[in-house]
Ligand binder design. Structure first.
Ligand code: SAH
Length: 363
């Protein structure tokens, strides 16, 4: 019953944890110890935190809790990609995807249940928007991967469901924890936020954080981008590109990663490749070409592999590092734009139908 009122310590970064302990009349270092227990050791039982005084543990148990998301199912893919579904509350679920690749173990994390942006080629968009995730629910996905499923995580990409910059505060706090020495210790080059291009939030992020920036570009001009990524009508390319250039300006190692979904006959011509080269001139850039992942009801098709390669070669010749992203986990619907989670439909029965569709597992 008290659960609703108790503060969930899982989502507090170092500054927030220290403040909470100060407000409780305690020394901030106890807060740092608790943070370390939760994220470094995976301990969520106050009683097991042996370097926290017993009295303080009792006080904590009364006013706070450590609530981690529940893993409702868990599905490995043939190619080593692994997806699981986390239940946040009885109406909301999100998916996380773990992608091993050589030394790299990338976790793809969601920031919202659904998405409000309505990009025309994305299946998450088709499901509408339910709510923002809290910082606890965002970092809870990393906690669940590392301590729940036992996966190593060397990189985090905020590329799951949702638009992370539309849930700025919670995402920032969770990304602080990803980089925190007392928690997951990921370097600033190994935490990437992917945005459809919310320009004021890019400027703010530049001041308040230091993570890698990926931007969903998908078109070389406003006319086409207005159709594919409708937020472009609000923040057009002449505002977006300078904001991104500014973001990477002070760090020579940084490049903007541009994501470009390859849509047959829509954005993949030689002319569009040339236009793209002109658009990116002067911005330190890396281009990720993403083969379109189809989903039921879409009219788009993926560009043929030869077209993708010809497009990539043109960009490479112009000096832009361009990589065609491997499609991973498509046998379990874990590829880009295929994450479904649970949006809008509220009944248990419908939840079960979604579960069948996502994982082929009944529960
Ligand atoms: N909202 C954020 C992050 C989410 S998606 C953003 O827009 O960047 C991560 C990437 O997958 C984005 O570049 C998105 O445009 C792309 N994507 C979405 N649907 C896709 C699909 N069906 N096939 C391939 N890529 C897709």
């Amino acid at each position: 019953m008290a659960t609703e009122q108790k503060i969930n310590l899982l989502g507090l970064d170092r500054a927030a944890m220290e403040k909470l302990f100060l407000d409780m009349g305690q020394k901030p270092f106890h807060g740092r110890n608790v943070l370390k227990w939760i994220h470094k050791h995976g301990v969520i039982d106050f009683d097991a935190m042996t370097d926290v005084p017993k009295k303080l543990r009792e006080q904590l148990a009364e006013s706070a809790e450590i609530r981690v998301p529940e893993i409702v199912f868990d599905q490995p893919s043939r190619d080593g990609t692994h997806k699981w579904v986390l239940e946040l509350d009885c109406n909301n679920r999100v998916e996380s995807v773990h992608i091993p690749d050589g030394d790299r173990n990338t976790l793809c994390v969601s920031s919202q249940v659904g998405c409000a942006l309505d990009c025309t080629f994305c299946s998450t968009a088709k499901q509408g928007f339910n709510r923002n995730l809290s910082s606890a629910e965002i970092i809870g996905q990393v906690w669940a991967a590392v301590h729940g499923i036992g996966k190593p995580v060397s990189n985090v990409v905020m590329m799951g469901m949702g638009e992370p910059l539309a849930n700025y505060e919670a995402v920032l706090q969770a990304m602080n924890l990803m980089q925190e020495d007392l928690a997951y210790m990921l370097s600033k080059y190994r935490v990437t936020i992917s945005t459809s291009g919310i320009v004021p939030a890019i400027y703010r992020l530049r001041e308040e954080s230091d993570v890698s920036l990926a931007v969903s570009l998908h078109a070389p001009n406003n006319e086409l981008r207005d159709q594919l990524v409708p937020i472009n009508k609000k923040y057009p390319l002449e505002e977006l590109i300078p904001a991104c250039r500014e973001y990477v300006k002070n760090d020579k190692r940084r490049k903007v990663t541009w994501e470009y979904v390859m849509l047959d006959g829509i954005n993949d011509s030689d002319k569009q490749a040339k236009e793209l080269i002109r658009l990116l001139e002067g911005t330190p850039s890396k281009l990720n070409l993403i083969p379109f992942n189809p989903f039921p009801g879409t009219e788009y098709r993926c560009s043929p592999p030869e077209r993708i390669e010809a497009f990539r070669q043109r960009l490479m010749k112009a000096g832009i590092i361009s990589i065609t992203r491997k499609t991973r986990g498509d046998d379990i619907d874990a590829a880009c734009g295929q994450l479904v989670g649970k949006v809008k439909d509220r009944s248990r029965r419908e939840l079960r139908i979604t579960a069948d569709r996502i994982g082929g597992v009944s529960f």
